[in-house]
Design a protein around this ligand. Structure first.
Ligand code: 13P
Length: 257
């Protein structure tokens, strides 16, 4: 295996009880400990629903698993019914948060401006941001490239160069996310990541190299190895594969082959 990879386990709105969440976490802990013992070059980030963070954090002793939120509002506290702030998840052990996931953008109408406010607040409070971007359609004429550039520019607006080491950009094309989605072809992912690196360089110059690049969307044991060969890639965001211990165990095992 080449360079060290980050694996983000995004549980999304699963599982539906604390008991199940702790069981899943125990399985993840076991797999992560196995990977560590094997000397696999992997970093683990777990993004559970915020309501389980506390219980998981209390059991996250002597592991290398870093906790993350799935979203945060852009204020520490205030009159925001239903909102969860960076300060709250930080208090429960999260070191970072996902922001701008397509499901937040599409189901909750989050704009690039919202995403940029959230990133700024996370970075300004010593947390990292896992920023999701990705086109809805991969058209043959290449319009998706313009879409990506606009989305990245607007989402990262206001981020300072010295903060880039705390930015993880996750390329998650909408067409590859979730059940029934099309599996990506390695070349497509590679092409997009090369493009994203170029866009980041245009915006931030050489400092853009500090940004880590992840890929997410239908990643599993059948394709993680070949995707890992992509030079630009620093890791993966796993959705469905993060919810089934047999599957994520198989994913990890594929790294030891
Ligand atoms: P799936 O792995 O289920 O396609 O989900 C990807 C994703 O959205 C991770 O954030």
């Amino acid at each position: 295996m080449n360079k060290k990879k980050i694996l983000v386990f995004n549980w999304k709105m699963n599982p539906s009880s604390k008991k199940e969440a702790l069981k899943l976490f125990t399985a993840l802990k076991k797999s992560a400990a196995w990977a560590l013992k094997k000397g696999l070059k992997l970093d683990f980030i777990l993004s559970p629903p915020a309501v389980y963070l506390d219980a998981i954090n209390q059991k996250n002793k002597n592991t290398k698993i870093i906790l993350s939120g799935q979203d945060t509002f852009y204020k520490g506290s205030g009159s925001v019914t239903g909102g969860i702030s960076y300060a709250m998840i930080k208090d429960l052990g999260a070191k970072m948060s996902i922001v701008g996931h397509w499901e937040r953008r599409s189901l909750f109408g989050e704009s690039n401006k919202d995403v940029s406010e959230k990133i700024k607040v996370l970075l300004g409070n010593k947390m990292k941001a896992i920023v999701c971007v990705g086109e809805e359609n991969r058209d043959q004429r290449g319009h998706f490239a313009d879409f990506l550039e606009k989305q990245i520019r607007e989402s990262l607006a206001g981020v300072e160069k010295f903060q880039l080491k705390d930015v993880i950009l996750a390329y998650e094309p909408v067409w590859a996310i979730g059940a029934g989605a099309r599996q990506p072809v390695v070349e497509e992912v590679e092409q997009s990541l090369v493009l994203i690196r170029k866009i980041l360089k245009k915006i931030f110059g050489e400092d853009s190299k500090k940004i880590k690049l992840l890929y997410g969307g239908s990643v599993g044991e059948s394709n993680i190895q070949e995707l890992s060969e992509i030079l630009q890639l620093d890791g993966f965001l796993l959705g469905r594969a993060s919810l089934n211990p047999d599957t994520f165990e198989a994913v990890l095992k594929s790294f030891s082959d």
